[in-house]
Design a protein around this ligand. Structure first.
Ligand code: GLU
Length: 851
């Protein structure tokens, strides 16, 4: 059998990962090894070296296996002969991001050594955090491990102390890591309030030699490569302990080292079993380059490199670290970590992270039998003792100015002071917005020391854009008030959830048009009235034509027939016609006409109702669109975003805009016609209309927005305040505050009254009715007097001539009271007498249709 050499390249079996070897030494040593014909390399330790040597491995086609160079950027596409035999740090960074997001922190500071491995790890962590809507707010970069000094560390940690975030991820090698903790302890950064995460470097050292770790790191969370418990592993540990006399503990990298050797041994066996030979050929490219001191000419290409590489990738074995197999992307199957919490004397495991199901308190191998479940409800870790010995989860951030009071800018309002008001020239402020803010901070689980700083000259409302700018410029730590959440402001600050809706509306004057006595005519235009009237007559005539030959009710004297036509047609208006229609055509015409009358009636009723009950606009402004076309001047509240909005979004010329400072100014400008309408946010207008009844909102709200409190970008306080505002809204407190400050007043009370209709609206109708009564009575009087006169003449009783006027009045009243038939029979009798007397009087008063 052919003798075979497996080069163990720079691997310390005790593997206090990671040993610190300068790259140049590493590289020279490795190329020296390669001069002897080599079929595979285990190593290097550091990712920096791996980046360089992988090029050589590619060239010589020698598989290079490393269980410590775990830089996630060592891409198999670029370095096909380089294989990571322990899980890449990509998974470690996913685990860290998952834990940070599990605890709900949003901002993280990272401390790392400036080398390929740590820098690339932190870059990947940033990507992973971004996927979970978290971010790295500060990267504290330290010189590479061999050269780092305490001063470097102190300088960086002092900067970290100034940061808002208190969640720190330390990704470094052992020397740097321990140095950071020592300095942090001295700077008071291992106290409660801080959260420290470390990557596997800390667990490796704890496993290998825990005496190296001072008590200063209590409360730190660290990851450790997870290897399932097995008998083989226990036996190996026992063997290792007896070999090392218990002086050096075994960490997971030691187990991976062992498995890696077996992995290559099995691959070589498979390679030979497949009938392959080990042979080398000269590399002409390297010969031409001329290596000088590196002696590159001595290097030769392993002819069977490709086959051996594929044998390695086909590994399927059970090692000390558990089942070992590669995915098609060359990552190991089922990467997982233990999550450990460092305590005063040692550490305890608080759970696991697996790429399969995320965070769990049961070992990952138990989860592999179930379907993967990364839902947030399935993520669990046991309780943690945090730095400072507390078991309460730290908030993860502090107020940026380190415990000093927050400077909260509030607008010094001049109009609509119910929203924010300065109390009698003092620094005390109150109002609706202030009460909402105070109620919200009361709900936060921590104190928010703050002071209000008034912004504005006190003569007119300040510019709210400027107020928001001052938050972005760090002049204020927040701005509280009636601040609308609009796009150009959200670009520079973070707003809380809105606590009140505040879309823009148009307000214009109204007058009550139902006061007109001729309002009842308004439902129809004059033409409509005329056409309706004419149709009544037409239908009357048509029905008469169709009926009069066969229907007695449509017969009689011409005068009577005219009366029938008029009476019939107009009584259909109330469906009160008495005459029967007997012809089919007549009925057809009538039924259609009645339907038309029904529609006309109901339309009239509906229109009249709206005319009489709904206030009508006295200006042509019906909403924002008609306001824009009207070319009339428009009022806006000084300082409001409405001005910019109208100019920039609605393209209204600035010359049309008139600034108004108070509700009183609104009222006078609208009344005098200085402005045709005012455009402002709904809450101001609600307040305005509650005291000014002659105006009303025209059209719909044409923007949707709300008021919120402004905080600097990415402020965690904004997030907590949003939650508090939602709580206030859900428990009804927000509404109570609203009612306390903004409940409606005067106009609302008169609302019931304004729904009532006044005589004013109807006296036209009563007038018509009254006049027609009077006319009818006068005509009646005229005829009855005439009849009475005749009656008296005919009676020509001599006694009557000399009768008194009171007796004559009494006779007249008796005559007027007499039933017509009687007088008619009397007339008839009289007429007969007349006829007999020569027919001198032919008048028949009893036939008079009017009387
Ligand atoms: N709420 C308005 C805004 O946020 C300010 C109103 C005012 O000018 O008083 O722009």
């Amino acid at each position: 059998m052919m003798s075979m050499q497996i080069q163990l390249f720079l691997v310390d079996a005790n593997c206090l990962y990671p040993c610190t070897i300068p790259i140049s030494v590493d590289f020279l040593a490795s190329s020296a090894f390669m001069e002897t014909d080599t079929v595979a390399i285990i190593g290097p330790q550091s990712s920096g070296t791996a980046h360089i040597l992988s090029h050589l491995a590619n060239e010589l086609q020698v598989p290079m296996l490393s269980f410590t160079a775990l830089d996630p950027m060592l891409s198999p596409l670029q370095y096909p002969y380089f294989i990571q035999t322990a899980p890449s740090d990509l998974f470690q960074m996913i685990a860290v991001a998952d834990i940070i997001s599990f605890y709900g922190w949003r901002e993280v500071v990272t401390i790392y050594s400036d080398d390929d491995h740590n820098r690339n790890g932190v870059t990947v962590l940033g990507d992973q955090l971004a996927e979970r809507l978290c971010k790295i707010t500060y990267k504290a970069v330290l010189p590479p491990d061999p050269t780092v000094t305490e001063n470097d560390v102190r300088a960086e940690l002092e900067k970290v102390q100034q940061m808002e975030s208190r969640v720190i991820v330390l990704h470094a090698y052992t020397k740097t890591g321990l140095l950071v903790f020592n300095v942090a302890k001295r700077l008071g950064m291992m106290e409660s309030g801080y959260v420290w995460f470390t990557t596997t470097w800390l667990s490796s050292i704890l496993d290998s030699n825990s005496s190296l770790v001072a008590t200063s790191i209590q409360g730190v969370l660290a990851l450790r490569l997870h290897t399932p418990d097995s008998k083989r592993k226990a036996d190996f540990s026992a063997r290792w302990n007896s070999l090392s006399n218990g002086t050096i503990g075994l960490n997971p990298y030691g187990l991976y080292a062992y498995d890696t050797v077996w992995m290559i041994a099995r691959a070589v066996k498979m390679f030979l079993d497949q009938g392959n030979n080990v042979s080398f050929s000269n590399d002409t490219k390297l010969n031409n380059v001329g290596g000088g001191a590196l002696n590159l000419e001595a290097l030769s290409i392993f002819d069977g490199g490709k086959q051996l590489l594929s044998s390695v990738l086909q590994t399927n074995m059970n090692g000390l670290t558990g089942p070992i197999k590669f995915n098609p992307d060359r990552s190991l199957v089922h990467p997982s970590y233990d999550v450990i919490n460092v305590l005063e004397n040692g550490y305890r495991q608080i759970g696991y992270w697996s790429n399969y199901s995320g965070l769990s308190i049961v070992p990952p191998e138990e989860l592999y039998a179930k379907p993967p479940n990364r839902s947030s409800s399935n993520q669990h870790l046991n309780s943690v003792i945090w730095p400072g010995g507390t078991s309460n989860k730290p908030r993860g951030w502090v107020f940026p100015n380190n415990g000093k009071q927050l400077r909260i800018g509030v607008p010094r309002r001049v109009g609509y002071r119910d929203f924010v008001e300065q109390v009698n020239g003092t620094d005390i402020v109150h109002g609706y917005c202030i009460d909402v803010f105070l109620a919200a901070i009361k709900l936060l689980p921590y104190a928010v020391p703050h002071k209000f700083v008034l912004f504005g000259n006190g003569h007119e409302n300040p510019s709210y854009n400027e107020l928001v700018n001052m938050v972005a410029a760090d002049v204020f730590d927040a701005a509280v008030g009636d601040i609308a959440i609009v796009t150009n402001r959200t670009k520079i600050v973070d707003f809380t959830q809105p606590y009140i809706e505040s879309g823009l509306v148009v307000v214009a004057p109204v007058r009550n048009m139902n006061s007109s006595p001729w309002a009842f005519l308004r439902p129809f235009t004059p033409l409509m009235w005329a056409v309706t009237g004419v149709f009544f007559l037409i239908v009357g005539v048509v029905v008469w034509i169709l009926e009069h030959r066969i229907n007695d009710e449509f017969r009689g004297s011409p005068r009577k027939q005219v009366m029938t036509i008029l009476w019939f047609s107009f009584s259909t208006m109330f469906f009160a016609h008495r005459e029967n229609t007997v012809s089919t055509l007549g009925r057809m015409v009538l039924i259609i006409w009645l339907f038309v009358v029904l529609i006309i009636n109901s339309s009239y009723t509906a229109s009249l109702t709206s005319i009489l009950t709904v206030q009508q606009l006295s200006s042509p402004i019906r909403g924002i669109d008609s306001l824009i076309i009207s070319n009339s001047p428009i009022g806006f509240q000084v300082g409001s975003f409405a001005e910019n909005y109208m100019v920039e979004e609605l393209n209204i010329p600035k010359s049309r805009l008139i600034k108004l400072g108070s509700p009183e100014e609104y009222a006078s400008a609208l009344e005098t016609g200085r402005v045709a309408a005012v455009v402002d946010e709904q809450p101001y207008i609600d307040l305005f209309l509650s005291n000014h009844c002659k105006f009303s909102i025209r059209g719909q709200e044409f923007t949707k927005s709300g008021w919120g409190f402004a905080f600097p970008r990415d402020s965690p306080l904004a997030v907590d305040m949003s939650t508090a505002l939602l709580t206030l809204s859900e428990n009804g407190e927000l509404q109570k505050i609203h009612n306390r400050w903004l409940s409606k007043r005067a106009c609302q009370n008169s609302g019931a009254e304004s729904d009532q209709l006044h005589l004013q609206s109807f006296w036209g109708l009563f007038l018509i009715c009254g006049v027609s009564c009077v006319i009818a009575l006068l005509i009646y009087l005229f005829f009855i007097l005439r009849k009475f006169k005749r009656h008296s003449q005919q009676a020509s009783e001599p006694s009557s001539h000399g009768s008194s006027s009171s007796a004559r009045l009494q006779t007249f009243l008796t005559f007027a009271d007499m039933k017509e038939d009687k007088s008619r029979s009397k007339s008839k009798r009289k007429r007969n007498n007349d006829l007999m007397n020569g027919g001198r009087n032919s008048n028949l008063p009893g036939m008079d249709p009017i009387c």
